[in-house]
Design a protein. Structure first.
Length: 501
C-alpha cells in the first residue's frame, strides 16, 4: 500500500518567537551537524508547537531551510555576515539535559546490547506492555527500545523475531549505502561521444532523481562540444548497462515504483508529482533518451532517427556529465518520503560499490554484507529488496533499533543522514498527517513508517524528558485496520516522548 505523503513548504521557523528562534539558532552555532539535527526536533519544535519543519529541499545532507537560517545567524559567514554581531542569548533552559544525552560516550548498540537494570525495565514494561496488547496491532507484534548513549536495551518483546518490516527496511538500505559509499558520494549521468563525434551516447549511472532541468544542461553542454567539433547532426544511443537483471520489482507494474533502470528522469513518473504513487513509465530509459534527443534538437543538434539502446564505445570520450545530489541528501529524501525508487537505486549503488551484480539479488547480498560489518544482529534477517515492497523481507526489531543507535554513535558520523531523514511527527513526510491530535509526540518523534496490507511498522528516535535519545522499533503484522494500527503504534512512541517510565 502507498503511504500518503505531504510536503509542507512553509518556513519552519515562521511561528517561533524571536527569543525562541535565537535560542534555537545559537544552539545550532555551537553544535556539530549531527547534534543539531537530533536536538532540533526537541528544541526548535518544542519551543513553539506551531512551528513546522520543512520536508525539503535537500541540500548536501542538511535541510536547506535549517542551513540558511543557521548561516544568517553565524557571525563568521553566511548570508548576513557581520563580524561585529553581538553574542546571542544563552541556550534554552531545556538544552542541558538534551545535550547531556547526545554528548555522552556511546555504548554498544549492537547484538550485544545490554538489558537495562530491573527498575528501568520494569518502569518501561508498565507503560509499554498494555499499549503493545492493543488488538489493533494484529496477531504478531515485537518491540525494542535502546538508550543510544549507553547501548542498553531498555525494553524488548519479541526482539529477535523476524517480521515483515514494510518500508522500515529502508533504514537498513540507507545505512548500508552510507557505509559502502559515504555521504558525499554522487551518482553520475554522462554523455559520451565517438571519436568522430557522430555518435552520442547518454549513459545512465542509476540516478532516479535526474530531472528535465539536469537533462537540459547535459544537452546544452553536449551541443557546445559537438559544435566546437563542427558537428550538428548525430546518432543518439542510450546506455543502461550499469544495472543488470530484471527491471520490474517482484510486485510487478505498480504506481509505487517504476521499473528499476540505470537511466530515468523524475523516477519514471508520468505526472508532475515528486512523491507518493503515480502513473509510471513502462520504459523509463527510452523516455529519458527521447527527452534528451528533443533537448539536443532545441540546442541546435539534430538526431537522426530515434534513440537506440546500446553501450557507449570503449574509446568514446566524455563530453558532458551531471552529478546527483550527495548520497546524504538522497538518503534523507528516501526516508522522509518513503521513496521506493531511490531506495532501490541505493541498494544497487551499494552492490556496484562492493563488486556485486547491480540487480535485486546483488543488492540483497551487498546490503546484508554491509550490515554484517556493523556487527548488528542478523539471525533470521532476509533483505529481499531495498524498498520494503517485497513481503519476503524479514527483519527484527533489534536490528532496526540497533541500526538507528549506530547512526547516533559518534564513531559512525557517516550514518547521521539516517537520523536527519526520518519524518518528523505531525510535520513532515509520511508522518505529516499523524500525531496531529496526540499531545506529547508531535514534533518530538522522528520515525520511519511502514505499511503493507496486514503490516504496520514504526521505527525511529525520540528524546525523552530525561534527555535520553532513545531508538525504538515497533512491528505489527496481521493487522486489519491500518488507521487503527497506526494510532496504536503512535501511542507507543508517544509514551516514550512523554517519559512515563
Amino acid at each position: 500500500m502507498a503511504e500518503p505523503v505531504k510536503r509542507p513548504s512553509i518556513n519552519p521557523f515562521a511561528k517561533l518567537s524571536k527569543a525562541a528562534l535565537a535560542d534555537h539558532l545559537d544552539l545550532r552555532n555551537g553544535l556539530s551537524n549531527w547534534q543539531f539535527t537530533a536536538v532540533s526536533a526537541v528544541l526548535g519544535l518544542a519551543l513553539a508547537a506551531g512551528a513546522v519543519l520543512a520536508a525539503g529541499p535537500w541540500d548536501s545532507g542538511q535541510r536547506k531551510a535549517e542551513q540558511d537560517w543557521a548561516a544568517a545567524r553565524t557571525p563568521t559567514g553566511g548570508t548576513h555576515h557581520d563580524p561585529d554581531a553581538p553574542a546571542g542569548p544563552a541556550p534554552a533552559p531545556s538544552a542541558p539535559a538534551v545535550l547531556a544525552a547526545l554528548g555522552a560516550a556511546p555504548g554498544k548498540p549492537a547484538a550485544d546490547a545490554v538489558d537495562a537494570p530491573d527498575g528501568a525495565a520494569a518502569a518501561l514494561r508498565s507503560v509499554l506492555a498494555p499499549l503493545l496488547k492493543d488488538p489493533a496491532l494484529g496477531t504478531r507484534r515485537s518491540a525494542v527500545v535502546i538508550d543510544t548513549a549507553t547501548g542498553r536495551r531498555l525494553y524488548g518483546v519479541g526482539a529477535d523475531t523476524p517480521m515483515t518490516p514494510a518500508s522500515t527496511v529502508k533504514i537498513a538500505t540507507t545505512v548500508a549505502a552510507l557505509t559502502a559509499l559515504g555521504p558525499a558520494h554522487r551518482i553520475p549521468t554522462a554523455v559520451r561521444a565517438s571519436a568522430d563525434l557522430r555518435t552520442v551516447t547518454l549513459v545512465g549511472g542509476g540516478d532516479p532523481t535526474l530531472d528535465r532541468a539536469a537533462l537540459r544542461t547535459l544537452a546544452a553542454d553536449t551541443a557546445r562540444a559537438l559544435k566546437d567539433g563542427g558537428v550538428r547532426s548525430v546518432r543518439l544511443r542510450y546506455d543502461t548497462s550499469g544495472y543488470s537483471g530484471p527491471a520490474l520489482h517482484p510486485i510487478g507494474p505498480n504506481e509505487n515504483i517504476a521499473p528499476v533502470s540505470a537511466l530515468m528522469i523524475d523516477e519514471g513518473r508520468l505526472d508532475d508529482t515528486s512523491s507518493g504513487p503515480a502513473p509510471r513509465s513502462g520504459d523509463p530509459a527510452r523516455d529519458a533518451a527521447d527527452a534528451f534527443g528533443e533537448l539536443l534538437d532545441e540546442a541546435g543538434i539534430t538526431t537522426t532517427d530515434g534513440p537506440e539502446a546500446g553501450r557507449a564505445a570503449a574509446k568514446a570520450r566524455p563530453v558532458a556529465k551531471h552529478l546527483s545530489a550527495p548520497l546524504s541528501a538522497l538518503v534523507e529524501r528516501a526516508l522522509t518520503n518513503s521513496d521506493n525508487d531511490i531506495a532501490e537505486a541505493l541498494a544497487r549503488q551499494t552492490a556496484l560499490a562492493t563488486g556485486e551484480a547491480a540487480d535485486f539479488k546483488g543488492g540483497r547480498r551487498a546490503v546484508t554484507a554491509q550490515l554484517k560489518k556493523l556487527g548488528l544482529p542478523l539471525k533470521g534477517v532476509n533483505i529481499a529488496d531495498g524498498s520494503g515492497l517485497d513481503r519476503r523481507d524479514k527483519v527484527t526489531a533489534a536490528l532496526l533499533a540497533g541500526l538507528l543507535a549506530r547512526a547516533a554513535d559518534r564513531d559512525h558520523t557517516e550514518l547521521r543522514p539516517v537520523l536527519t531523514g526520518l519524518p518528523v511527527a505531525g510535520f513532515s513526510g509520511t508522518l505529516s498527517g499523524r500525531y496531529t491530535t496526540k499531545a506529547g509526540g508531535t514534533g518530538l518523534i522522528r520515525a520511519k513508517t511502514g505499511t503493507l496490507t496486514g503490516v504496520n511498522t514504526l521505527s525511529g528516535t525520540v528524546v525523552d524528558p530525561h534527555g535520553r535519545l532513545l531508538a525504538f522499533a515497533f512491528l505489527a503484522s496481521g493487522t486489519t485496520a491500518p488507521a487503527e494500527a497506526q494510532s496504536a503504534l503512535d501511542a507507543l512512541a508517544t509514551a516514550l516522548a512523554a517519559g512515563r517510565q
